[in-house]
Design a protein around this ligand. Structure first.
Ligand code: EPZ
Length: 418
């Protein structure tokens, strides 16, 4: 298995382009199943999770071509299999996103239960309750969710809690349902808005995406369309924090600052200079960061996917920081790895107390989940000496060419093929 070796202590300087958002590309790819034609997606990131989704769509019977710029054509006229098998679903939980489209277009879906993952049990009960509210018959048997509905019926659904893929799955299911569906307490993430945009280009009638009440007027069929996936706000935030923690001066391009108001304000509160102009964010820091408290919340609050990265910044900040994780029940696995580098962090349930230390000292560490692995890279960039990160397959799921992009900014980082 590959490892990443980081030699710390160098400031990042230069310009880095942001790739398309993984968490927008995945639902948009699943939406192709709704269309008896071809959906063309551009600005698709070259990531393990994306190739897994392409493999999943392929085994459903979709015909897929990928061009040299990673433009993806997904032709679902020939889809002939409505089962998503365990061997694929267990490697990527977002596979659950094919459930809504399959039952909406073909009247049936058999999806392996995703199971938990490192950061939490990750149930999909709200996805299932929503489909049942739309008239589907759902049985859980042999580790599979079996959904049947000759035609889904529009209805009003109120989510018990904000769920991003739950909102996306039911938005897609409602696109071909009979009548109108209203999703209340819906997720407001930019990736939900991007999916709605993509669906409407295919002929769907989705209104209110980006608010907590989304209305979908069902139509008879969806047709071919093209859509460019929006930039990745989590990759953007990760590079902003890499610049901040190395006292660097980095220009981040091909992004959208309006998706990052909470992280930008938080970094400014910590003493980082952040300027935005169009699709560019400039991040500068020439002194030790000030500590600040952070609480993760559904969008537009501070994103849970940037929590681990902020723990790194606070571990070398001036002062103490309280960081509360409200979305997932086990998303502090990076803490024990950071403690190996000398971080002073105490975990109390869904909250950590971080006391800033002068510096971290490099050591071998192990990645546990996608965003935790990114935080270990940031820690390695800030630490004195060498940090060797194992199990980096986690990072490849969500960051396109991260070591190349960091090398171009002056980092001393290399991938060791094992
Ligand atoms: C999406 O996961 C993202 N993944 C996650 O990004 C992100 O961390 C998360 O939203 C929160 O923003 C994709 O978009 C592919 P949720 P999702 O449903 O949809 C509970 C990454 O790093 N819940 O919004 O699975 C759930 O357990 C990944 O790219 C239920 O109880 O998250 C969690 O506590 C990690 N029942 C909370 O809701 C349900 O039916 C929010 O989960 C669904 C969710």
């Amino acid at each position: 298995m590959d490892k990443i070796l980081v030699r710390g202590g160098r400031s990042l300087n230069g310009t880095v382009p942001i790739s398309g958002a993984k968490n927008a590309a995945l639902p948009c790819m699943a939406a192709a199943l709704l269309c008896d034609g071809t959906l063309r997606l551009t600005n698709v990131p070259h990531l393990k999770d994306v190739t897994t989704m392409l493999e999943l769509l392929g085994q459903h019977g979709a015909a897929i071509t990928v061009d040299e710029h990673w433009g993806v054509d997904i032709d679902c006229t020939g889809v002939n299999n409505t089962e998503a098998p365990y061997n694929l679903v267990r490697t990527m939980r977002a596979s659950i996103l094919v459930m809504g489209p399959l039952v909406a277009r073909f009247g049936e879906a058999r999806i392996s239960l995703p199971g938990g993952c490192a950061i939490g049990s990750r149930p999909v009960d709200l996805h299932i309750k929503g489909l049942e509210a739309m008239g589907a018959k759902v049985n859980l048997e042999g580790g599979y969710i079996h959904v049947q509905a000759p035609r889904l019926k529009g209805t009003r659904i109120v989510f018990d809690l904000v769920t991003v893929t739950g909102t996306e799955n039911l938005m897609m299911a409602a696109a071909l349902a009979e009548g109108t569906t209203v999703l209340e307490n819906a997720a407001r993430e930019p990736e939900v808005v991007d999916l709605a945009l993509c669906l409407n280009k295919m002929g769907a009638r989705v209104e209110g995406a980006g608010t907590d009440a989304i209305t979908i007027h069902g139509v008879e069929r969806l047709t071919s369309a093209s859509h460019a996936v929006l930039p990745d706000r989590i990759e953007t935030g990760t590079f902003m924090m890499a610049a901040a923690v190395t006292q660097g001066n980095v220009t981040i391009t091909r992004t959208d600052p309006t998706m990052l108001e909470a992280p930008i304000l938080k970094l400014q509160q910590c003493g980082v200079e952040v300027e935005t102009e169009g699709d560019v964010i400039r991040v500068r820091s020439d002194k030790r960061l000030r500590a600040a408290d952070i609480k993760t919340l559904p969008y537009p609050g501070f994103p849970t996917d940037l929590q681990a990265q902020m723990v790194v910044l606070m571990s070398v900040a001036q002062g103490a920081s309280i960081i509360t994780e409200t979305i997932f029940e086990n998303r502090f696995m990076h803490v024990s790895e950071l403690q190996r580098l000398g971080a002073d962090i105490a975990v109390r349930g869904n909250t950590v107390l971080v006391r800033g230390v002068e510096k971290l000292i490099g050591a071998p560490v192990m990645a546990t989940d996608l965003r935790a692995s990114a935080s270990l890279v940031l820690a390695g960039l800030a630490a004195e000496g060498e940090t060797l990160i194992s199990r980096v397959y986690h990072i490849d799921r969500g960051y396109e060419r991260i070591e190349e992009k960091l090398l171009a900014l002056g980092a001393d980082i290399q991938r060791l093929h094992g």
